[in-house]
Each structure stands twice: as structure tokens, then as C-alpha cells.
Design a protein. Structure first.
Lengths: 159, 199
């Protein structure tokens, strides 16, 4: 009986991740993401549909994603709506805004378990953006302008 | 020169005041705010209680909504042993139109809040407490007629799913107070929306 539930659960999970094109991220996944080495620049933005400054800036990240297509710049939008809002709010929002950059839904709901992994002193307030390449790290715990975002990525890729 | 030093000291003083944030053990800041029933509620009204669970919260924030029933349960469970809830809405209604006094009244009525839901109209109170989130709890304990801060932070460790909660910080703090034990942890980062202000 348990097995049936498991299979059903997995099928549901696969369907959710596939159909919505939003992946799931847990604490371990976040740790792995932040510890990646190599030349790729990771631009990681923490956002939610209920956060109006996040929504104002999300288009800049999509633009960045398109501008650097084929280059080693990886834009990841980590969504902090509750996971049960994916179908109802997050996916429709992404469709409406035509977001094609990678979106991951945070499934670790004990936020205090993962906030310090991102940055020790971060309050967890969003929006917040992390730009990473190898050992280099730039954390912006506030809104970001289009100009600032592009300049930061440009600078880190020249270095 | 003297003038400069004084000005310097004054400015440092101001800066310290601006970032004032209560810590566990500090004296609580008194307040007198308008409740959704249009009566005024002050901290002094609770002098005969063992403590007060002050919760800064609001109408639209998904974290506040997720915690709404849990805040009601906290009140129902702990008011009878002397720790009632007082909810305070700190948001500027110009920035957050869902937090007008009228909408607060509607919410309190619809959800049958068994506790006061006060409007921090001037936003002085949340700043004096150092609240940064909704919801953000300040558990106060009545230390022989003086309210002191016993715990600051999150209600528990899982906003979305009550059934997955493994740490009930506020309840654990009250239990510790009741048993004459040290409250531990006495600060846990509150998770929620930022408080909406024009500065």
C-alpha cells in the first residue's frame, strides 16, 4: 500500500516539475548550487509573487538571461511563494511575464535552516540577489536596478 | 572644537536611537493604540497578566495569513494561563492598501479574532520594538509590574505547514517562563514580509 502512495507521489512530483517547468530546491540543492566551482557565473535571485519590488525587477533577470544566452551565465530565480501556490500563482505569473530563465521553488520551509547558507547576516528579506563565480561572491540584499545588475555581471566576467 | 564634538556625540546618539531594537531582558516599550473596535488598548491594561504575546502582523502577507489560525490558537491556549495575544498592524496603508483600518476591521471580524488587533498609525511602536517582519513576535513577561522582553522572533519553524513544525518557539518560551527556566532560544530570526513604510 505504501508503495502505491510512493509511486503516486513520485508520478505527481514528476508531473508537477515537468508541467510547470519549475524545479524544486531543498537545502542540499541550495548548498550544492552555492558551492559550484568553475567559470560559470551564477546569478541567483530570491523572489516571490507577493513581493512587489521583486516583481518590478524580475524582468531584468529575464533580459539578462536572454542577453547572455550561449555564454556561461546561469540565471536562477529561487521562488519563495509557498510550494502549494505553484499552480495557482507562480506558474500563471511566469507565463504572463514570459519568463524562460530557470525557476526553482524552495521546499525547505524552515527558512532559518537555509537563510544563513546564502549569507550569514542576511535577514531573509526579499528581493535579494547573489552573483557567484567560483570563489567570487557578491550579495545584494535589496532591490537592484537593471543597470546595476548588468554592470555587476559584466564586471565579474571581465575579472 | 567643543561644538564639533558635541554635534558628533549628538549625531552618534541619533544614529543609535534610530537603530534601537529591543533585546531579551529589555524593558518593553509602552503603547496605546486604536483597536479594530475603535477602543484604545495600552500595555498598561495588561498589568494583571503574567505576560503578553505581542505579534506584529498584517492583512495581506502570506506568512501572516499562514500563521493566522496559529496566532488564534496561541491566544486561546495561553490567555487562560495569563499570556494573551495582542496583535499590532505596523504597515503604512499608503504603501500597503490592504492594511487600512477598515480592512483590518473586516479581517478581524471575518476571522473572529479573540484578541485586539491594533493599528500602529504613526509606526512609532514597531520601530521602538525593532520589529522588521510580519509576523514578528515579542513575548513580554510581567516582572513585578514591569514588562520585559522574554523572546523575540518567529512563532515556530514552518510557516506553511503547521503539521511539519518541529520547534514551537513561542510556546517553548512560555513553558520555560512558567517553569522558571531560561528561555532558550530567546531570539529566532522572524520569517515573513517586510514591514511597509515610507521611511
Amino acid at each position: 500500500m505504501k508503495k502505491i502512495f510512493l509511486i503516486f507521489g513520485l508520478a505527481l512530483l514528476v508531473q508537477i516539475t515537468h508541467a510547470q517547468n519549475v524545479g524544486l530546491l531543498n537545502k542540499q540543492g541550495l548548498e550544492d548550487m552555492l558551492n559550484k566551482t568553475g567559470d560559470t557565473i551564477y546569478v541567483i535571485n530570491f523572489w516571490a509573487t507577493w513581493c512587489s519590488p521583486c516583481i518590478e525587477e524580475i524582468g531584468f533577470f529575464q533580459e539578462l538571461h536572454q542577453a547572455y544566452e550561449g555564454k556561461p551565465v546561469h540565471v536562477i530565480l529561487i521562488n519563495l511563494d509557498f510550494p502549494n501556490q505553484l499552480e495557482k500563482r507562480v506558474i500563471p505569473f511566469l507565463k504572463e511575464k514570459e519568463i524562460t530563465a530557470e525557476v526553482l521553488s524552495m521546499t525547505e520551509l524552515d527558512y532559518n535552516a537555509w537563510i544563513p547558507i546564502v549569507e550569514k547576516d542576511w535577514s531573509g528579506a526579499i528581493p535579494a540577489t547573489l552573483i557567484l563565480r567560483d570563489e567570487e561572491k557578491k550579495f545584494i540584499p535589496r532591490e537592484i536596478s537593471r543597470k546595476e545588475l548588468f554592470a555587476l555581471v559584466e564586471n565579474i566576467s571581465i575579472n | 572644537m567643543k561644538k564639533l564634538v558635541f554635534t558628533g556625540l549628538f549625531l552618534i546618539g541619533l544614529a543609535t536611537m534610530a537603530s534601537a531594537q529591543l533585546k531579551p531582558g529589555d524593558k518593553a516599550v509602552p503603547f496605546n493604540l486604536k483597536n479594530v473596535d475603535s477602543e484604545w488598548v495600552s500595555l498598561d491594561d495588561y498589568n494583571d497578566k503574567k505576560g503578553v504575546i505581542v505579534v506584529f502582523t498584517c492583512n495581506p502577507c502570506p506568512f501572516s495569513k499562514a500563521y493566522e489560525q496559529r496566532i488564534i490558537k496561541l491566544h486561546k491556549k495561553y490567555a487562560q494561563i495569563g499570556y494573551p495575544v495582542v496583535a499590532i498592524n505596523p504597515n503604512d496603508e499608503k504603501v500597503s492598501p490592504d492594511d487600512t483600518f477598515k480592512k483590518m476591521q473586516a479581517r478581524a471580524e471575518e476571522r473572529e479574532f479573540p484578541f485586539p488587533y491594533l493599528k500602529d498609525e504613526t509606526q512609532d511602536i514597531y520601530k521602538a520594538y525593532g520589529a522588521t517582519r510580519t509576523p514578528h513576535v515579542f513575548l513580554l513577561t510581567n516582572d513585578q509590574g514591569t514588562f520585559r522582553v522574554a523572546y523575540i522572533g518567529a512563532i515556530d519553524n514552518n510557516a506553511m505547514e503547521e503539521r511539519s513544525v518541529s520547534e514551537r518557539y513561542v510556546e517553548q518560551a512560555i513553558q520555560a517562563l512558567e517553569n522558571g527556566k531560561k528561555v532558550e532560544p530567546d531570539v529566532v530570526k522572524a520569517i515573513g514580509c517586510t514591514i511597509k513604510t515610507r521611511g
